[in-house]
Design a binder for this molecule. Structure first.
Ligand code: ZN
Length: 441
């Protein structure tokens, strides 16, 4: 293989590191622009080589415009006795993200159109945004909303919403080939752990691990505000786009739900087959779903003008778990063991992208004798562990120049790693010759 063999990553240790990064980032009030996003990217920069690009408000990007920059210092509602009944300092979900500044006194009736709660989940604070329609508002637990009496309230949103910049984070790890794997995580949600921070943390762990070894493929990690960030990145990087041969959006990867893969719009790209193979041979509950034009930044990467081979890896699907977009999507909702499991799945798919290759059987007239080459039969120690007899037979049978290792693994229903180990043993024994090492999507 052309790829340097290095120590295997330790997903359990990485799971703990990922949770620690999420814990560090959780308090920051991120948005699609502004200081919270910048601080988040700085924390990522402490761990991986991240370049940061500032795009001015008003920049035209396809059919969209980079919005004004939002920054917030404080926000609260005080009752007639001057007590803060809603306080941004206690939870950043309390303010509608992108709220315009306001300072006013008003009755409860005037205030109520600006208050948002979840009657069905009365203890939770909802997450609301007003990105593209200037307004202001507060989010609070429905129980707290019900406790507000009819009196005069003082309202303060100490924010600025003015021309500035939108910040994009990008980490490029060059490999031996110019073919790229794109890994994208939205980084614009405030204190939400699964929807946002888990994807960021997994992307950072992958970049750290890949950065410690020599890779065949190049890797491009994007940390972007959702929707407008990926639209802007695509608009500013059109010449790079043809290099993107595989891609994954990472989101909601830290909860206890089953590993889930949403296919790219193409449906049969190598990343689609690789993720599916990893999940299907994992022995654990999982789900594979077809592409649909809703969700996260795959909407942009898979828009018809780009149609990139970019799928989504997640656990619980957005909008389907009760904690989604509420204060219950907190640091307890994501766990190191699930982050570790997500790492293991995605790493498995990246290994397929790195190592998929095709071989030709050099002894195709009937089966070659494996026993005399130490690959078969009684000498158990020789074949223990990495490869087994069935894998050897599958690789020999299908290495006809038309099947790559992934398609052999698919047909055999065996993990890619076993098939790869068998191919490597057969190659060493002089029974196989490599015909390619860089198969595209
Ligand atoms: Zn979200």
């Amino acid at each position: 293989m052309t790829v340097a063999e290095t120590a295997q990553p330790d997903p359990e240790a990485l799971g703990r590191e990922m949770h620690a990064l999420a814990t560090e980032l959780y308090p920051l009030c991120r948005s699609i622009t502004g200081a919270g996003l910048r601080e988040t990217l700085r924390a990522i920069q402490n761990r991986i080589p991240l370049s940061v690009r500032e795009v001015p408000s008003g920049t035209q990007v396809f059919d969209w415009t980079v919005p004004n920059e939002w920054n917030i210092r404080d926000a609260w509602i005080k009752n007639a006795r001057g007590e803060k009944v809603v306080d941004f300092a206690r939870h950043n979900l309390h303010v509608v993200n992108y709220s315009a500044p306001v300072r006013a006194k008003m009755s409860l009736a005037e205030l109520k159109p600006h208050l948002f709660s979840l009657p069905d989940q009365p203890d939770l604070i909802p997450y609301r945004t007003s990105y593209y329609k200037e307004s202001w508002g507060f989010c609070l637990a429905h129980h707290d909303l019900e406790r507000l009496s009819d009196e005069e309230y003082e309202v303060c949103v100490d924010s600025t919403l003015a021309p500035g910049r939108m910040t994009l984070g990008e980490c490029f790890l060059p490999g031996k080939a110019s073919d790229e794997v794109l890994i994208s995580a939205h980084s614009c949600h405030p204190s939400l752990a699964n929807d946002n921070l888990s994807g960021i943390a997994l992307a950072v762990a992958l970049a750290q691990t890949l950065g410690r070894q020599t890779n065949r493929l190049s890797y491009r990690f994007l940390f972007l505000p959702g929707t407008i960030g990926s639209i802007t990145w695509l608009a500013l990087n059109e010449p790079i786009v043809p290099n993107i041969r595989h891609g994954l959006v990472l989101t909601c990867v830290g909860d206890s739900g089953q590993a889930t893969y949403k296919k790219s719009r193409r449906g049969d790209a190598l990343i689609d087959r690789a993720m599916q193979q990893v999940l299907e041979t994992s022995g654990a509950a999982h789900r594979v779903m077809d592409f649909y034009p809703y969700g996260y930044d795959e909407r942009q990467y898979c828009s018809p003008g780009f149609n990139l081979p970019v799928g989504v890896f997640m656990r619980s699907q957005h909008g389907t778990f009760p904690e989604y977009h509420t204060s219950a999507d907190n640091l307890g909702f994501i766990q190191p063991e699930f982050l570790a499991d997500s790492f293991r799945r995605v790493w498995g798919a990246l290994e397929i992208l790195e190592h998929n290759a095709s071989y030709r059987n050099l002894s195709p007239m009937c089966e070659p004798r494996l026993g005399k080459r130490g690959l078969y039969g009684g000498t158990g120690g020789q074949r223990a562990g990495a490869f087994d007899e069935m894998a050897l037979l599958w690789v020999l049978n299908l290495s006809d120049g038309e099947h790559d290792l992934l398609s052999i693994a698919e047909r055999a229903g065996m993990p890619f790693g076993k098939i790869r180990a068998a191919a490597s043993a057969l190659e060493k024994a002089g029974l196989l010759a490599s015909t390619s090492t860089a198969l595209g999507g």
